[in-house]
Design a binder for this molecule. Structure first.
Ligand code: CU
Length: 524
C-alpha cells in the first residue's frame, strides 16, 4: 500500500508547524506536553493573581463576585487538567521509553492524538468566559445543583472535561501497553526505574477514575438539557449523589497528580546522594497500596453532608491509613540521603523542597481526615492551604526538579545553575508567604471561594497576596532560564551531575541520538 510513496519521503518529514502537528516521536510529544503545561500554568497563574488581587483587602474592588467565582473554577480546572497532569505526561513521554529501553511509545499515532486533544479542551475552557452568561462559576468540583442553573459556559466546561478525560485515558492505555510489552530484555518489572513504576500505577488510576468523572458530568449534562433528575431533589434525585461520584474520581485524582511526582523525586534524590534508592521494593508496594486505598476514602471530602457516624468513622480511619505507606516513602527518601555524598544543585533543592513541604501538606491532610476537626475546618482556607502544599509544593516543585534534572539530557545543554538556585529560593520563600498564612485564616474561620471577608482577616490576606505576586513573578525567571539554556546554554557533559547519573544509580541511560521522524515502531 505504501509502495507508491517509496521515493517520495516529503510526507514523512513535514516542516514548519506540520512537523509538530504530525509528529509521532515520543520526545517531540513530550516536549509539546511540557510547553503546553507551562502555557496553562501561566494562564491558571494569572487567574490566581486576579483572585489574590481581589482578596488583598476587604470589600469589592478588582472584580465582580460572579467573575471571582468563574476565576476560582477555571483556575482549579486549568491547573489540575491543563498544567500539572500534562507536565507529568510530558515526563512520561520523554523518560519511559528511554528508561525501559523501548524505541518509542507502543502507539505513537495515538500518542500524537492524546496530546492534540488538549489544546481544543483548553480553548473551550478559556472561550467559556466569552459566551453569554460567562464561564461557569461552580468551582472545579462542579457540585450540583448549582451546575443546573448555569448558562452555556457550563456546557463548554462539560465538553472540555470530556475531552481532557479522553486524552488522559488514551495516554494511559499507551503508557500501560508500553511498560508491559516493550521493556528491553532483562528489564524485569522489579528492575524498572521507580519513575516508570509510579507511572504504571498512575495510568491504572487514570483508566479507573476518569470515566467516573465523565459519568458525573454526563449526568449533569442530561439533567441540564434532557429532563433527567439525577441530582435534582424535586424530581426524586439527590445532589449529594454528585458529590459521591465526583469524589470517587476526585480523591484518586489527587494521587494521579502526586504519584508521578513521587516518581520524579525517587530519581532525583538517589542521583544527588550518590546512592541507590533505599527500599526500592517497599517503594513499589507503598505506591501500589496508596493507589488502592485512594479509591476507598472519597467521602472524607463530605463529612458535613449528614452521613451516619459509622460512615464518618470508616472514612476517617481509612484515610488515616494512607499515612502509613506515605510514611514509608518519606522514610525511604530520607534514608537514601543518609550518609550519601550529597550535593545541592537545583534539581536536588526542588526535590528537598518537595520533601519538606509535601510532608507538611500530608500532615495537614491527616488533620483534616479527623471528622470532628474537619467539620470545623470544612470549606475554610485551612483546606485551601492544605491542598496547595500538596499541589504546588508537592507536584509543581517535583516537576521543577524533573525539568532541571533531565533538561541537560533533553537539549544537550546546561541551564544557568546560579539562576536555577535563585528560582528555587524565590519560589520556596514566596510559596510559604502565600500559603502558610492561609492555615491561620482557615483556623480563624475564613471561608474559601468568597471574594470579600471580615476585617479581622485583612493582615494575613495582604501577606498571602504579596506572596502570590512574588511567586508568580519568580516563574518568569524560570521561563528566562529555560530560554537561555535552549539558546545559549553550555554544552552538557556526558554526566551533568558529577558521576551522579550513572545507570546504576538512576537507571537513566544516555539518550539515543535525537531523530525526530523515526518510523514509528511496530509492535509484534
Ligand atoms: Cu481526598
Amino acid at each position: 500500500m505504501e509502495a507508491v510513496h517509496e521515493h517520495d519521503h516529503s510526507h514523512d518529514h513535514p516542516s514548519g508547524i506540520m512537523r509538530w502537528v504530525k509528529t509521532t516521536n515520543h520526545k517531540d510529544i513530550g516536549t509539546m506536553y511540557l510547553w503546553f503545561s507551562f502555557a496553562m500554568f501561566m494562564v491558571g497563574g494569572v487567574m490566581a493573581l486576579i483572585l489574590r488581587a481581589e482578596l488583598f483587602q476587604p470589600g469589592l474592588q478588582v472584580v465582580e463576585p460572579e467573575f471571582f467565582n468563574q476565576m476560582t473554577t477555571l483556575h482549579g480546572l486549568i491547573m489540575v487538567f491543563g498544567a500539572i497532569m500534562p507536565a507529568f505526561v510530558g515526563f512520561a513521554n520523554w523518560q519511559i521509553p528511554m528508561m525501559i529501553g523501548a524505541p518509542d511509545m507502543a502507539f505513537p499515532r495515538l500518542n500524537n492524538w492524546s496530546f492534540w486533544l488538549l489544546p481544543p479542551a483548553a480553548t473551550l475552557l478559556v472561550l467559556s468566559m466569552f459566551v453569554p452568561g460567562g464561564a461557569a462559576g461552580v468551582g472545579w468540583t462542579m457540585y450540583a445543583p448549582l451546575t443546573v442553573q448555569q448558562g452555556m459556559g457550563m456546557d463548554l466546561l462539560i465538553f472540555a472535561v470530556h475531552i481532557l478525560g479522553m486524552s488522559s485515558i488514551l495516554g494511559s492505555i499507551n503508557i500501560i501497553t508500553t511498560i508491559l510489552n516493550m521493556r528491553a530484555p532483562g528489564m524485569t518489572m522489579m528492575k524498572m526505574p521507580l519513575f516508570v513504576w509510579t507511572w504504571l500505577i498512575t495510568a491504572y488510576l487514570l483508566v479507573a477514575a476518569m470515566p467516573v468523572l465523565a459519568g458525573a458530568v454526563t449526568m449533569t449534562l442530561t439533567d441540564r438539557h434532557f429532563g433527567t433528575n439525577f441530582f435534582n431533589a424535586a424530581g426524586g434525585g439527590d445532589p449529594v449523589l454528585f458529590q459521591h461520584i465526583f469524589w470517587f474520581f476526585g480523591h484518586p485524582e489527587v494521587y494521579i497528580i502526586a504519584i508521578p511526582a513521587f516518581g520524579v523525586v525517587s530519581q532525583v534524590i538517589p542521583a544527588f546522594s550518590r546512592k541507590p534508592l533505599f527500599g526500592y521494593a517497599s517503594m513499589v508496594y507503598a505506591t501500589a497500596s496508596i493507589a488502592i486505598l485512594s479509591f476507598l476514602v472519597w467521602a472524607h471530602h463530605m463529612y458535613t453532608v449528614g452521613m451516619p457516624v459509622e460512615a464518618q468513622l470508616y472514612y476517617m480511619f481509612a484515610t488515616m491509613l494512607i499515612a502509613v505507606p506515605t510514611g514509608v516513602k518519606v522514610f525511604n527518601w530520607v534514608a537514601t540521603m543518609w550518609r550519601g555524598s550529597l550535593t545541592f544543585e537545583t534539581p536536588m533543592l526542588f526535590a528537598l523542597g518537595f520533601l519538606f513541604l509535601f510532608t507538611i501538606g500530608g500532615f495537614t491532610g491527616l488533620v483534616l481526615s479527623l471528622t470532628p476537626v474537619d467539620v470545623q475546618l470544612h470549606d475554610t482556607y485551612y483546606v485551601v492551604a492544605h491542598f496547595h502544599y500538596v499541589m504546588v509544593a508537592g507536584a509543581l516543585f517535583s516537576a521543577f526538579a524533573g525539568v532541571y534534572f533531565w533538561l541537560p539530557k533533553w537539549i544537550g545543554k546546561m541551564y544557568d545553575e546560579t539562576l536555577g538556585k535563585w528560582h528555587f529560593w524565590l519560589s520556596i520563600i514566596f510559596f510559604n508567604v502565600t500559603f502558610f498564612v492561609q492555615h491561620f485564616l482557615g483556623l480563624a474561620g475564613m471561608p474559601r471561594r468568597i471574594p470579600d471577608y471580615s476585617l479581622q482577616f485583612t493582615d494575613f490576606n495582604m501577606i498571602s497576596s504579596i506572596g502570590a505576586f512574588g511567586f508568580g513573578l519568580s516563574q518568569l525567571l524560570f521561563l528566562y532560564i529555560l530560554i537561555k539554556a535552549i539558546r545559549s546554554g553550555e554544552k552538557a557533559p556526558e554526566k551533568p551531575w558529577e558521576g551522579a547519573d550513572t545507570l546504576e544509580w538512576t537507571h537513566l541511560p544516555t539518550p539515543a541520538p535525537y531523530h525526530s521522524f523515526e518510523t514509528p515502531p511496530t509492535v509484534k
